[in-house]
Each structure stands twice: as structure tokens, then as C-alpha cells.
Design a binder for this molecule. Structure first.
Ligand SMILES: CC(C)(COP(=O)(O)OP(=O)(O)OC[C@H]1O[C@@H](n2cnc3c(N)ncnc32)[C@H](O)[C@@H]1OP(=O)(O)O)[C@@H](O)C(=O)NCCC(=O)NCCS
Length: 327
């Protein structure tokens, strides 16, 4: 009962629990490209949003939105159509979130990127009739922000993470990304990370959205074990969202991430946080699995500690090389 299904539109979606039950997270929609791009343009030109995001261009133009939405539709087409087939072949087509029969395959993407507020439901059936876009949510493979930008170490770490096969438990995933891995960047040039319309800030939505995407999609359908998040050091909203989802700080890097000249230029300090979401409380029927997760979680933590030690060595090396070259 994790992914829901709209029987009218055949759209799979995630449903936030109360007190955010009027919020859903859907894939991008082919029939609403212009409309969604217009909403994005309004939100991403608001300083309460763009000043916290490294990726999106400023000013943000409707055509940026159209390109982004089209790219997301293409990227998620296969996942969405597999989910639709699952629902069509399952006994339960009532939009109640049943995932159908048999062993699910793992996916490498989260198509649940559009945060929407439902504004009209069928009073008799509760089916969704109308909603408005209020934000975006992106979950991608991690890009190792703690390694020096444009360094060979970062490129290597990204490549190793990208090369892991679909569903591998060592893949490090990322929310609140500052930018995307270079391979994807070549196609998209920019990334729109997690944000909400300023009219929706501070209502608890993003904290619950993060939990819902992790628990209802990323763990069961992507086999997510390891998660990182990063944000500008002064972004208290992002910090709290991650803390409330059991992320722990692994480092703060001073004057680290380059800021585009249109957004003020210079460099901003960033915080990187890590989470092991499988250690969150889970229902009793998962107790046996929990034991298994705990073992691998300890191994993951040890691996991260070792990796982090290497990262620090690389950062120091980079600093020394920079000093020597006099930059
Ligand atoms: C950051 C953001 C996604 C948080 O979403 P949200 O739905 O407003 O967050 P929540 O309502 O779930 O709040 C979570 C916590 O953060 C706190 N918080 C939210 N915004 C805050 C702010 N601007 N300053 C201080 N604390 C803030 C809330 O009080 C809450 O803490 P509490 O539970 O201890 O009271 C949203 O504010 C936003 O879109 N900001 C602009 C874009 C951005 O920063 N994106 C993230 C890039 S990494």
C-alpha cells in the first residue's frame, strides 16, 4: 500500500499522511507542461526560494521549465509505464495504493518529483479531481559535494557511484542536491532540487514529503540504504527537514560551493548530512528483516567512516597543491 494510483488518469502517485493528506507527489505530466512551467517560473524567481538553490538559473524563464519538465517526462517514462502495467494487472484497481502481485523489480529513478496540493476530490469516492503544483522533489545518485568541485577525486567518486548496478545497496542517493553528476549535467545543464512555493513554507510539508518518498518508494522500490543531503549552511529550513528525518551532519565546508554571479557570486559554505533510513522504526512484521538491515547498516557506517577519512586526506592534498600553485 505505498504507491497509489488514480483510476481516472492512470497516474501513479505518493500520498502524504495526515496532517498533510491534501498533498500528493506525482510524476511530471505530459498534458500540463506549459501550466507547470508557469508555476515553476513564478516560484523560482522568488528570492525566498532561488537564493537557497545552486542549480536553477536566475532569472528562471518559462522555457527553462519546459525543458526540465520534458526531460523528466522522458527520464521517467519507463518507470511510470511499468507502474501503470502493475496496477492494470493487479486485482486492486481502486486507486488504493496496492502494488500488484509478485516480486517487484528495483528501479533506478524516482518519478515522484512534483509536489501538488489537491484542491478538489470526488465527494463520493474521494478520487482526485484537481490539484496545483506547489514544489519539486528530486532524488538522484549522490555527487560527492564534500570533494573539491571540478576535482578528479570528485569525478572518480561520482563515476564509481554511477557505475553501481540498479538496486545495489551501496549506491549513495541524494536529496537537497547542490548540482547533478557531470554525466547527466551534460544533458540538462541545471538541476531543480527540493523546494516549495513560499506560500507553503513552514507547514511541515517537506519534512513529511522526504519521509514519504524514502519509505514508500525509495526503500521498497529502489533498495535505498544510503542517503546524503546537502544545503547552504545558513539554510535552517533544510537543516530541520533533514534532522527530522534522522540525518546526521558529516561535515560543514566553509566557502565551498560556487554561487552563480546572477545570485550574488562568490562561494557559500555547505553542510553535508547522511542518513541510514532503514534504521527508522518499522512495523513488527519487518522485525526479521530489521535484524538483517542492522548488520548491513553497521557495515555501511564503517565504510562511510573509512571513506570520509580518505576524503579529508584528499581535501588536504588539494589545499596543499593549490597553495603550491599560488592560486
Ligand atoms: C527548505 C524547505 C524545502 C523546507 O520545507 P518546509 O515544508 O517549509 O519545511 P517544514 O515545514 O517541514 O519545516 C521543517 C522545520 O524547518 C523549520 N523551518 C522551515 N523553514 C525555516 C526557515 N526559513 N528558517 C528556520 N526554520 C525553518 C520549521 O520550523 C520546522 O522545524 P520544527 O519542526 O522544528 O518547527 C522550504 O522552506 C523551501 O522550499 N525553501 C526554499 C528552497 C530551499 O531552501 N530548498 C532546499 C534546498 S537544499
Amino acid at each position: 500500500m505505498v504507491v497509489h494510483y488514480n483510476p481516472l488518469t492512470k497516474e501513479p502517485y505518493l500520498q502524504l499522511p495526515a496532517p498533510c493528506a491534501n498533498i500528493i507527489i506525482t510524476p511530471q505530466r505530459e498534458h500540463q507542461i506549459e501550466e507547470t512551467a508557469a508555476v515553476m517560473t513564478e516560484i523560482l524567481n522568488d528570492s525566498r526560494v532561488y537564493s537557497w538553490l545552486q542549480g536553477p538559473p536566475y532569472p528562471f524563464l518559462p522555457e527553462h521549465g519546459v525543458d526540465w519538465i520534458k526531460a523528466k517526462i522522458a527520464e521517467h517514462k519507463d518507470v511510470v509505464s511499468t507502474l501503470q502495467k502493475e496496477f492494470e494487472t493487479s486485482d486492486s484497481q481502486q486507486g488504493d495504493g496496492s502494488n500488484g502481485q509478485g516480486e517487484p523489480e528495483f528501479f533506478d529513478k524516482s518519478p515522484f518529483v512534483c509536489i501538488r496540493e489537491v484542491i478538489k476530490r470526488d465527494p463520493a469516492t474521494g478520487a482526485l479531481l484537481e490539484d496545483v503544483q506547489i514544489g519539486d522533489f528530486t532524488l538522484v545518485r549522490y555527487a560527492f559535494y564534500e570533494l573539491p568541485p571540478d576535482s578528479p577525486e570528485r569525478a572518480l567518486a561520482q563515476k564509481q557511484n554511477e557505475d553501481l548496478p540498479v538496486g545495489h545497496k551501496d549506491i549513495i542517493w541524494c536529496i537537497g542536491c547542490m548540482e547533478i553528476p557531470s554525466e547527466t549535467q551534460a544533458q540538462l545543464l541545471t538541476i531543480l532540487t527540493d523546494y516549495l512555493s513560499p506560500t507553503q513554507h513552514g507547514r511541515g510539508i517537506m519534512s513529511v514529503a522526504v519521509r514519504t518518498v524514502i519509505q514508500d518508494w525509495a526503500i521498497p522500490r529502489m533498495n535505498l540504504h544510503l542517503l546524503r543531503g546537502s544545503f547552504y549552511a545558513e539554510n535552517m529550513g533544510s537543516r530541520r527537514v533533514m534532522e527530522k528525518n534522522n540525518f546526521e551532519e558529516i561535515c560543514t565546508l566553509k566557502d565551498w560551493a560556487p554561487v552563480s554571479p546572477n545570485k550574488g557570486g562568490g562561494k557559500k559554505s555547505i553542510v553535508v548530512m547522511a542518513s541510514y533510513p532503514r534504521s527508522s522504526p518499522r512495523p513488527p512484521d519487518e522485525r526479521n528483516q530489521a535484524k538483517k538491515y542492522k548488520l548491513s547498516e553497521e557495515a555501511d557506517k564503517e565504510k562511510t567512516r573509512r571513506k570520509w577519512k580518505k576524503v579529508l586526506i584528499e581535501i588536504r592534498k588539494h589545499g596543499r597543491a593549490k597553495k603550491r600553485s599560488g592560486k
